[in-house]
Design a protein around this ligand. Structure first.
Ligand SMILES: [Zn+2]
Ligand SMILES: [Zn+2]
Length: 216
């Protein structure tokens, strides 16, 4: 039995997801800048972290990766088109908050690059990498086909979508990603987003207020 735990952390209320297999190996999707919060959960579940997959380079999803990777030996994965964000957390914080809020912002020593269409096989979890630019140029959604789960990052939320007014963001690109990489999934697929509650593809297809932007 695979287990998935949602950990909501830091001032942005970012969701990280900890996937744990029978052997108690774990895979983390996103790493908010509050590694203690994640570390507490990892310890409570007695998990050996083997991988950290970043949906995109915004600091609220990446800040904790450096500390968690260093402490566990886990390998960090991210798309190269977001290197300008992933590798520069403090510049992002200055720009968005005009200050450095409390948190951990260590960049991992080494980042393996994700590629569209790649099948990432870690801890018995096979994730299909779907490059979904728009919120950021290197944003990726991760589709766990065997469980019918999409880790959606900041691409799609329950009743909303990711903003595209930050550096590297682009509306038409986000809507194209939605049409070609997200809405091609079945209605039953569970969507686990980077902020807020979970939803399904079917529910967002029929009720999301932005649906006309991608279905036209
Ligand atoms: Zn973001
Ligand atoms: Zn976010």
């Amino acid at each position: 039995m695979m287990r998935v735990a949602r950990i909501t952390a830091w001032i942005a209320g970012t969701n990280a997801y900890l996937i744990v297999n029978q052997a108690n190996q774990g895979l983390l999707v996103d790493a908010p800048p509050d590694p203690e919060e994640v570390g507490t959960q990892v310890a409570a579940m007695d998990v050996a972290l083997v991988g950290i997959v970043l949906t995109h380079g915004h600091v609220d999803h990446t800040g904790g990766a450096g500390k968690l990777a260093a402490g566990s030996g886990a390998i960090t994965y991210a798309h190269p088109d977001d290197d300008f964000l992933t590798l520069h957390p403090t510049e992002q914080l200055q720009m968005i908050y005009g200050m450095l809020p409390p948190g951990s912002y260590d960049v991992p020593d080494h980042i393996e690059h994700l590629e569209h269409g790649q099948r990432l096989d870690l801890a018995g979890v096979a994730l299909e990498v779907r490059h979904t630019p728009g919120h950021t140029p290197g944003h990726c959604c991760l589709y766990w086909e065997s469980e019918g789960i999409l880790f959606a990052g900041d691409q799609l939320f329950a009743g909303s979508i990711g903003r595209f007014d930050l550096p590297g963001g682009d509306g038409p690109t986000l809507f194209r990603s939605m049409r070609e990489q997200v809405m091609t999934l079945d209605d039953e697929v569970r969507v686990l987003p980077g902020h807020g509650p979970e939803t399904t593809i079917g529910r967002e297809r029929s009720t999301n207020p932005f649906r006309h932007e991608w279905s036209s």
